[in-house]
Design a protein around this ligand. Structure first.
Ligand code: PLP
Length: 480
């Protein structure tokens, strides 16, 4: 056999056989997922210690690899797709999402330019336009208007892009050329996600110039405090450039008053970004859209279908009202990327809409999800999650050992045992160690607070009931 004929690649027949085996494995995994401890119980280093020190010199059989997934990897997996996962914000998934992602891998497209795979760009534009009406967003976000949408990896990247665009708008493009001056100021609330702090670091704004505006009793940004701070910064000769409001903060799902904050931004010509990372999905249901009232004043908006909209990680949807502002901020054109379609001006090249150059065909999984569920199916499951969380909040309200720690506008309930921080920590640790469910905590008004978020694809009433039963059992042991 000459060297050209020699091959270590998987043959198409092998791919078909092993591909079926992997899909079977995933289907079986989902069928038995409730039998695992939701939170992985391994100790640090345990997984690595079970792996061979050196890489294999010769290739191994696929059966051996799959066997090791089961025996070596699975114990170190925290089961985000378990219906008993109530921690953080969800990162849910679904059959159509997973298959769309698989297809994206199968096509292996790198969609940096329209010309490197026109369908990758055009499907994305189309799905992002669909979502504008599905979420009740302003028409200016449509690609047929002044704006448009792009799929990013995460909300963190979207926020960074928004901040960069706001920075460039405020400095008329000079920060990109000369660097940030140290005189630009951006505004968030004390409850804004930490990704904005990172964005301030990366963008050259600097964390000293990121003002954390105070919040009200419901943990929402106080517009009058924002207005005061902007005026004081202007008096000091600084240049305010950007405000981030949140629809559904990470700690407590607080809703910033976008309409009032938007008016202040307009007055001072500041870029208004709306971060609706998880709760944006609720806007599929018209009855929740009052929570984003004022969104028509936003310069940019993002939400993560990879959190609550059954689209497996990663998938962030980011829109801008003025695409030119974003493209001018992020566009570069080296000779090796020049092509006729780009020169014609008739196409979108998404490489100009985010930080990295290369990009996956992520719109496929989103398209699969939207087509599989339809708007009706998506609305149904979101309403169910909200209904279950509201029932849970009611059970907490009716148990005088517990109290709600914040309003529960949607699917997150923040609550605590009245016996104090140590008791809440103990309840949470015992629950998580039991493997029956997974909860995480935050601090609100300095007090340790438990969070229960209903958003996993297959969470049903029985799972939430069981969670409450287990919480009550552990509460019953406090002080004993
Ligand atoms: C409100 C909010 N914004 C941003 C993020 C960051 O999300 P990502 O992991 O997509 O960057 C989160 C994550 O939970 C979030 O809750």
């Amino acid at each position: 056999m000459n060297s050209d004929e020699k091959s270590f690649h998987m043959t198409p027949d092998e791919f078909r056989r092993y591909g079926h085996a992997v899909v079977d494995w995933i289907a079986d995994y989902h069928a038995r997922i409730e039998s695992f401890s939701v939170l992985s119980q391994v100790k640090p280093g345990q997984i690595r210690a079970s792996l061979p020190e050196d890489p294999p010199a010769q290739g191994e059989t696929f059966d051996a690899i799959l066997k090791d997934v089961e025996q070596l990897i699975l114990p170190g997996v925290t089961h985000w797709q378990s219906p008993n996962f109530f921690a953080y914000f969800p990162c849910n998934a679904s059959g159509p999402g997973i298959l769309g992602d698989l297809l994206s891998s199968g096509l292996g497209v790198q969609g940096m330019l329209w010309s490197t795979s026109p369908a990758c760009t055009e499907l994305e534009t189309h799905v992002m336009d669909w979502l504008v009406s599905m979420l009740g967003l302003p028409e200016k976000f449509l690609s047929s208007s002044s704006g448009g949408g792009v799929i990013q990896d995460t909300a963190s990247s979207a926020a960074l892009c928004a901040l960069l665009a706001g920075r460039e708008r405020a400095t008329h493009g000079s920060s990109n050329k000369k660097g940030a001056t140290g005189r630009l100021v951006a505004y968030v609330s004390t409850q804004t996600h930490s990704s904005l702090e990172k964005a301030a670091m990366i963008s050259g704004i600097g964390t000293d110039n990121l003002r954390q505006i105070g919040v009200d009793d419901n943990f929402a940004m106080r517009p009058e405090a924002l207005a005061r701070q902007i005026k004081s910064d202007l008096r000091a000769g600084l240049t305010p450039c950007f405000v981030c409001t949140t629809i559904g903060t990470t700690s407590s799902n607080a809703m910033d008053p976008v309409a009032e904050i938007g008016k202040i931004c307009r007055q001072h010509n500041l870029w208004l970004h709306v971060d609706a990372a998880m709760s944006g999905t609720a806007m599929l249901c018209p009855e929740f859209r009052h929570l984003q009232s004022g969104v028509e004043l936003a310069d940019s908006y993002n939400f993560n279908p990879h959190k609550w909209m059954f689209t497996n990680f990663d998938c962030n949807c980011f829109w801008v009202a003025d695409r030119k502002a974003l493209i001018q901020t992020l566009s570069i054109l080296p000779e090796y990327l020049r092509n006729q379609a780009t020169e014609s001006g008739a196409v979108i090249d998404y490489r100009d809409w985010h930080i990295q150059l290369g990009r996956r065909f992520r719109s496929l999984k989103l398209w699969f999800v939207i087509r599989h569920y339809g708007v009706e199916g998506l609305q149904h499951h979101i309403r169910e999650h909200v209904r279950l969380a509201q029932e849970f909040a009611e059970w907490v309200r009716n148990d005088d050992r517990f109290e709600l720690a914040a309003p529960a506008p949607l699917n997150l309930v923040c609550f605590r045992h009245k016996a104090g921080d140590a008791a809440n920590q103990t309840i949470m640790d015992r629950l998580n160690r039991s493997g029956d469910l997974f909860l995480t905590h935050t601090k609100l008004n300095g007090k340790l607070t438990l969070r229960l978020c209903v958003g996993q694809t297959n969470t049903k009433k029985r799972h939430v009931e069981r969670a409450w039963q287990r919480i009550q059992e552990e509460a019953g042991k406090i002080g004993k």
